[in-house]
Design a protein around this ligand. Sequence first.
Ligand code: HEC
Length: 118
Amino acid sequence: MDKSSGRTWLGWMAVAAITGLFVAPAYGEGNGNVIDEAELANMVIQDCGSCHGLKLKGGLGPPLLPENVDRLPEEAIAAIIREGVPGTAMPPWKALLTTEEIRWVSEQLKSGSLITPE
Ligand code: HEC
């Protein structure tokens, strides 16, 4: 009895190892889960920039420079991007951006890495 349950466990381990081998390389191929940072950075400047300014210094929407978003935790920024701000011009982006992409954008806003120096 012990032996057979031991074999079953080993069997599952083998299955896990084999699936891992086949699934892992396939993961990176489709671009579904991969963040295209260049494309996203461009999208932030163009799309978010249309309201927040091409240098994110503000326009119709408030400035998104690190000192402006400093008061907001990264998760709060992500929530604003995901859901928008109801009753304002800030639209929800969840239909257009994945959770990973939203997290990446939130990180960049915090660090200011998308802002080109004058
Ligand atoms: C159609 C115009 C518009 C677009 C496009 C837009 N926003 Fe906004 N956004 C606003 C407005 C207006 C507000 C202010 C909402 C309010 O009054 O709280 C805002 C608020 C924000 C805030 C909160 C800022 C703060 O200090 O409270 C963040 C973060 C933000 N937007 C990020 C983004 C990102 C990232 C994008 C692109 C993915 C984007 N926005 C695109 C109009 C826009």
